[in-house]
Design a protein around this ligand. Structure first.
Ligand code: ATP
Length: 447
């Protein structure tokens, strides 16, 4: 079996920012290589104490905008394990493949459609050394139950989307929605990628945030435009600068056979423009496929027109883990402060892992009770960190690297004046705030 290009080997030397993000992620507890004590495991990653908060905030921000703030989208959490029938009908068993080539000189494997030059091996620079391309199915297959054999075969879903089609009739009936309406889902997906890499950009186990929006066929065009704009705006609203974001419509030869339009939201990664999300106008392909394969009705009876139709689908499909990485890259900043380099993650408040850090100036017993009292008053409202080790300067720097918007320092004066110093991450400005007003002060600024 050929060696695979894992994250570390994929990083080109000039991708300085990537190195910094990978290092910061490990040092501060965002992302660790999986099973590291056993040498790591093939581009698989664990989200540490800070990363789990950031990833959750990314998913929550998506859910808030796609489900909470709307009355025409409902949620779903479908099973990861699914029977072959689902993937037979969806076309994944036949078509969910990537073209795989081997370099005959260095034995490295590549995805042909991702090579800059289809004749040049990017690993050993050999020319014309590739085998013919073979179509490699990306789905993970396993078995359900202790006995292997016919009927026990199951797949780990390679996308969350099929859950929304398979459950369409149940959701329609139970939610009493009617087109245009959507079903949204966030969860893990699995793809046996040929060349995972670039840190968490492409992994075999990852999280997606997908929504299927079901519309009357003659409204599909306008809803497609609508969702392209909405989704683009979501990234801008969460702080990705417009200069690092673009919406790229697919050329005709890139489109899937069932799609009448697809656009990618792309981010300027250190290696160039690459996809964060695809928005596709999928027609009635998916519902029709499942209707034909299952024999169940997956259409809609419109009581107003007294007619039946199969809704068309607009699908915004984003990656949570990949998007988290884009937010990290966009937020990373370095500046000179008092002849020292300050590293600061200028994350949007909604995404920041901790909103507030409570820092008693000294570890002395005299300050601890009040500091813990302040912490206790903030915890029901905000995700907080509490840190009493090292000097205060180092603790500020640590919070800057975590992207914490506010640090609250309790000093010896606090014992007398019942006030604390609040330091803001980006400006580093400090303000003295009375403890009884602290929650409101922070709440107003953390929207
Ligand atoms: P690619 O062409 O890069 O393999 P795709 O176009 O097949 O990706 P989709 O099937 O449209 O990707 O998936 C929707 C989103 O899910 C992608 O835009 C990406 O953010 C995320 N995603 C897909 N595959 C992976 C992966 N292996 N690792 C991390 N995120 C992924």
């Amino acid at each position: 079996m050929a060696a695979e290009s894992d994250a570390e080997t994929d990083l080109s030397p000039e991708s300085d920012l990537m190195d910094k993000i990978v290092n910061l992620s490990k040092r501060r507890g965002f992302v660790f290589p999986s099973a590291e004590i056993y040498g790591g495991f093939r581009s698989t990653y664990d989200y540490g104490p800070i990363g789990v908060l950031l990833l959750r905030n990314v998913k929550d921000a998506w859910w808030r905008s796609m489900v909470q703030l709307r009355d025409d989208v409902v949620g779903l959490d479908a099973a990861i394990l699914s029977p072959p029938a689902v993937w037979q009908a969806s076309g994944h068993l036949e078509n969910f493949t990537d073209p795989l080539v081997d370099c005959k000189v260095c034995q490295e494997r590549f995805r042909l459609d991702k090579l800059d030059d289809p004749k040049l091996c990017p690993n050993c620079a050999a020319v014309d050394s590739f085998t013919d391309a073979r179509e490699f199915n990306l789905m993970f297959r396993t078995q359900a139950g202790p006995v292997s054999g016919a009927g026990t075969e199951v797949y780990l879903r390679p996308e969350t989307a099929q859950g929304m089609f398979v459950d369409f009739a149940n959701v329609l009936q139970s939610s009493r929605k009617k087109p245009p309406f959507g079903i949204a889902q966030v969860g893990k997906s699995f793809r046996n990628e040929i060349t995972p890499g670039n840190f968490v950009f492409r992994t075999r186990e990852f999280e997606q945030m997908e929504m299927e929006f079901f519309v009357p066929p003659d409204e599909a065009g306008q809803w497609y435009e609508y969702w392209c704009q909405q989704r683009f705006q979501w990234y801008l609203d969460l702080g990705i600068p417009e200069s690092k974001l673009r919406l790229r419509p697919h050329a005709d030869d890139e489109l899937s056979h069932y799609s009448s339009g697809t656009s990618d939201v792309e981010f300027l990664f250190p290696w160039g423009w690459d996809e964060l999300e695809g928005i596709a106008n999928r027609g009635d392909y998916d519902l029709t496929q499942h209707m034909n394969a299952s024999g169940e009705k997956l259409d809609y009876f419109d009581p107003v027109t007294n007619s039946r139709y199969t809704p068309h689908v607009i699908e915004p499909a984003a990656g949570a883990t990949r998007t988290m990485m884009a937010f990290l890259l966009a937020a990373y900043d370095e500046e000179e402060v008092n002849d020292e380099t300050r590293v600061v993650l200028r994350l949007h408040h909604r995404l920041a892992p901790y909103k507030v850090a409570v820092l008693p100036l000294s570890k002395k017993d005299t300050l601890t009770p009040l500091a813990r009292e302040v912490l206790g008053s903030l915890q029901p409202h905000f995700m907080c960190d509490y840190d009493e080790t090292q000097n205060i300067g180092k603790r500020y720097r640590r919070q800057d690297e975590l992207g914490t918007p506010f640090c609250v320092t309790i000093d010896f004066d606090s014992l007398d004046d019942q006030a604390v110093t609040v330091r803001e991450r980006d400006s580093m400005e400090q303000e003295r705030i009375a403890i009884p007003e602290l929650v409101e002060y922070l709440r107003l600024r953390l929207t």
